[in-house]
Design a protein around this ligand. Structure first.
Ligand SMILES: NC(=O)c1ccc[n+]([C@@H]2O[C@H](COP(=O)([O-])OP(=O)(O)OC[C@H]3O[C@@H](n4cnc5c(N)ncnc54)[C@H](OP(=O)(O)O)[C@@H]3O)[C@@H](O)[C@H]2O)c1
Length: 248
C-alpha cells in the first residue's frame, strides 16, 4: 500500500483533532508529507512536531476554512515548500445538531460557512495547481447524514448532501485534468465532533449514542489511505462506512 502514498504532498483541513489528525498520523507513517490546517495552532504544532520527531515531514498553518484567503494560503504554503499538491482533504467541520424549531440560525450559518463553503474554498485553492500538474486527488468529507435525513439534524444533513453533490459534479468536470475525487461518508466515529452541540438535551443524547457505538478515528484514516493508495488510473469515488452496530 505504501508505495502510492509515500512522497505525496497531502493538505488536510481540520487536522487538529479527530479524523483529520488520525489521517495525518497514518499517511505520515506511510511516508506522505502532510500540510496541516485548523484554527487551534497549539494542537497543530504539537502534531507537526510529533510527526517530524518520528521522521515524517509536516507543516502546520493556522487556518480558518471559513476564510477563503486563509485556505488559499494553506495550499500556497504546501506548493511553495514542496512544489506541488497531490491530495486535498476537505475535512474541517462541526455538527451543532438541533431541531429546526429551536432556530439556532447562528449555528446554521456557521455550518454553511465551515462545512460547505470551507470545502468550496479548498477546491478553489487546490484546483488551479492540480489542473496545471495534470494530477491530483480531492477527498471531501460527507457523512451518513449525506445519505440519510432525520429529525434534529436537517441542516447538517442538507450540507453533507451538498458535499456529495459537489463532489460528483467535481468528479465529472475534472476528467480532462487527470484528477481523482473521493467522498467519504463516515458513521459515528469517536472524535470531538459531539462537543459542537450546544443544546444540552441533544448533546446528552448524542454523547450517549457515540459512547455506545462510535469506532476509532483510525477507521476513517484507513479509508483515506485505501483511496489514496490506488494506482493512478483507479478513482475511488465514494466510501460509506459505519460502526457495525450502527443502524441508521
Ligand atoms: N466523527 C464522526 O462521527 C463524523 C461522522 C461523519 C462525518 N464527520 C465529519 O468529519 C469531519 C471532521 O470531524 P471530526 O469528527 O474529526 O470532529 P473534530 O474532532 O471536532 O474535528 C473537527 C476539525 O475541524 C476543525 N475545524 C472546525 N472549524 C474549523 C474552521 N472554521 N476552520 C478550520 N478548521 C476547523 C477543528 O479544528 P479547530 O477547532 O482547531 O479549528 C478540528 O480539527 C467533519 O466534517 C465532520 O462533519 C464526522
Amino acid at each position: 500500500m505504501s508505495s502510492n502514498i509515500a512522497g505525496k504532498i497531502v493538505v488536510i483541513t481540520g487536522a487538529s483533532s479527530g479524523l483529520g489528525e488520525a489521517t495525518a498520523r497514518l499517511l505520515s507513517a506511510e511516508g506522505a508529507t502532510v500540510v496541516l490546517g485548523a484554527r487551534r495552532a497549539d494542537r497543530l504544532q504539537a502534531l507537526a512536531s510529533d510527526l517530524t520527531g518520528k521522521g515524517g515531514k509536516a507543516l502546520a498553518l493556522t487556518t480558518d476554512v471559513a476564510d477563503r484567503s486563509q485556505v488559499g494560503k494553506l495550499v500556497e504554503a504546501a506548493v511553495q515548500e514542496y512544489e506541488r499538491i497531490d491530495v486535498m482533504i476537505n475535512n474541517a467541520g462541526l455538527m451543532p445538531q438541533a431541531p429546526l424549531e429551536r432556530l439556532r440560525v447562528d449555528e446554521w450559518d456557521r455550518m454553511i460557512d465551515v462545512n460547505i463553503k470551507g470545502v468550496l474554498y479548498g477546491i478553489a485553492a487546490a484546483l488551479p495547481y492540480m489542473k496545471r500538474q495534470k494530477s491530483g486527488h480531492f477527498i471531501n468529507v460527507s457523512s451518513v447524514a449525506g445519505h440519510k435525513v432525520g429529525p434534529g439534524f436537517a441542516v447538517y444533513a442538507a450540507i453533507k448532501h451538498a458535499v456529495r453533490a459537489l463532489s460528483e459534479g467535481l468528479r465529472q468536470e475534472v476528467k480532462p485534468y487527470n484528477i481523482r475525487t473521493t467522498v467519504i461518508s463516515p458513521g459515528a466515529v469517536a472524535t470531538e465532533l459531539p462537543n459542537s452541540v450546544t443544546e444540552p438535551d441533544v448533546a446528552e443524547r448524542l454523547k450517549k449514542f457515540y459512547g455506545e457505538i462510535a469506532i476509532p478515528a483510525d477507521s476513517f484514516a484507513r479509508a483515506v489511505a485505501f483511496a489514496v493508495s490506488q494506482p493512478e488510473d483507479v478513482d475511488v469515488n465514494e466510501i460509506l462506512f459505519r460502526p457495525t452496530r450502527q443502524e441508521l
